[in-house]
Design a protein around this ligand. Sequence first.
Ligand code: M6R
Length: 366
Amino acid sequence: EKGGFEHFMMKEIFEQPRSVRDCMRGRIFPLEGKVELGGIKQYTDKLKNAERIIIIACGTSWHAGLTGEYLIEEYGRIKVEVEYASEFRYRNPIITDKDIVMAVSQSGETADTLAAIEIAKERGATILGICNVVGASIPRVTDAGVYTHAGPEIGVASTKAFTAQVTVLTLIALYIAQHKGTLTPAKLINMLTELDTIPDKIQLLLQDNDLIEGIATKIKDAPNCLFLGRGFGFPVALEGALKLKEISYIHAEGYPAAEMKHGPIALIDEQMPVIFIATKNSSYEKVISNIQEVKARKGIVIAIVTQGDVKVKNMADYCIEIPDADEAFLPLLATIPLQLLSYHIAVKRGCNVDQPRNLAKSVTVE
Ligand code: M6R
């Protein structure tokens, strides 16, 4: 049942070329520069005219939601707010019938997310769901939605469900752009053509498994770990930190790289591994200065870099290369090595990766 892998988590990490492809199947038409999302088709006008979208979720799904904010604001030019369902539900939120609320949930059963949906519904918002488990409670109470089609996820740590959620949010951002005209047809063709190659790039990335296992050996005894990224790399840093803490019990924090000097920099010494998302994109040079700041304090730098990079390679202690891609697709690629890193660290520390202590696969009580 684990398909020859030692753990479900590893099986699910290795399924991602297929699960991301399944998620896009029948939904993207690169040659025509078109996205089709049957599940939300009747809400197309509402979506393209929306002044505000509120994304509600918990945990890893909240991180996917944050990538959604970056994607929808950049390409669809609609204001997005990302909310923890647990905070939203108890805050007397300002919601009207003009708002679109998107609920992101792998299980479709998370208690706080369900309760947040009920509140938004009472106040007249249109509710769209992004769920994995077909027919679960959340898809039953939403007005419409887009399934992630990642297949059953058994490992408590979310992996393939996360990349599928990010894929759906990427499709929604491009769908809005297509209908609003915020991207030209030529740009849409380019982006969808590239999105179509992402599953193959994920496949290539999985070949770094041994290299990543080697890095895991070097840092597995660290008591703390920092994950830093900017722009599209920021949600990736948050997700990398959550994955590490939940399965290896190493205290980890994700931060926007520029926030480091507002506090976390005080923690850096020769014991502290700092994982940077340092790919070649609009924030590359800025991230390089942050790496220099960490190296000046003798921190151990592990960098996710674009294939062929030399600059970061000369500074970092360890590098993991990822294929070059439009920065919109960075979360889909840069997340994979971080999943593998957490997995190997946890296994080397003797942890139960599929069922970490104190955690449940779906949190059905608040
Ligand atoms: O089923 P959901 O997506 O609603 O679950 C939300 C979180 O409980 C979940 O993502 C949790 O953070 C995972 N254990 C993360 O790996």
